[in-house]
Design a protein around this ligand. Structure first.
Ligand SMILES: NC(=O)c1ccc[n+]([C@@H]2O[C@H](COP(=O)([O-])OP(=O)(O)OC[C@H]3O[C@@H](n4cnc5c(N)ncnc54)[C@H](OP(=O)(O)O)[C@@H]3O)[C@@H](O)[C@H]2O)c1
Length: 175
């Protein structure tokens, strides 16, 4: 199904051609959520170069491309998933921790290093309310920066989708 999409109209950047281009760092489009995370990091003046970056989640739409973009930004990247052993030992190393698990309040303060930057990609429903993967109340006390849910990564994803759509329009009209 994905192959039916013209890679130059693929504003989600899910087509294998675009996935490959992201891998080699020569891309037309970036996937919206990881791109939004990178934009948040950049606009907040946070340096990725040489930092320990840990991504929890290895999905094709978030975890894997997120890891690749952090790597392109010269982070030292570790990707965790459901088979990762001693998860909190790994997450506690992170200067920049990205949670893309899909489990409400999964990341607790004891999993986070003091002063870490914590990016919460999760969008979960708990008791009818939208919440992230990070237990915001306790983690926000030790993080140097943290994204809320709602109002963090979600709106950035939409902004990046608009950016990609504009870019696709320009490509197709030679603008
Ligand atoms: N804000 C936004 O715009 C936006 C955009 C996209 C997604 N999201 C949200 O982000 C979250 C993740 O989305 P997704 O599509 O990446 O989800 P997904 O495809 O379900 O992937 C979840 C990942 O979390 C890992 N995981 C599950 N349980 C774990 C555990 N106990 N310990 C460590 N890792 C664990 C899984 O590992 P395995 O690979 O081993 O199963 C998997 O790699 C969801 O809440 C989704 O709604 C938000």
């Amino acid at each position: 199904m994905l192959l039916a999409i013209d890679p130059l109209k693929d504003v989600d950047a899910f087509h294998p051609v675009n996935v490959g281009k992201i891998m080699i760092g020569n891309f037309d489009f970036l996937p919206c959520t990881p791109a939004g995370v990178m934009e948040l990091i950049k606009l907040s003046g946070i340096e990725v170069n040489g930092k320990e970056c840990v991504v929890i989640g290895r999905s094709n739409i978030v975890g894997k491309p997120q890891a690749m973009l952090l790597l392109h930004a010269n982070g030292t990247v570790t990707v965790c998933h459901s088979r990762t052993k001693n998860l909190s030992e790994v997450t506690k190393r992170a200067d920049i921790l990205v949670a893309a698990v899909g489990k409400a309040n999964f990341v607790t303060a004891d999993m986070v290093k003091e002063g870490a930057v914590v990016i919460d990609v999760g969008m979960n429903r708990l008791d009818g309310k939208l919440c992230g993967d990070v237990k915001f109340d306790e983690v926000s006390r030790i993080a140097s920066a943290i994204t809320p849910v709602p109002g963090g990564v979600g709106p950035m994803t939409i902004a990046m989708l608009m950016k990609n759509t504009l870019r696709a329009c320009k490509i197709h009209n030679n603008l």
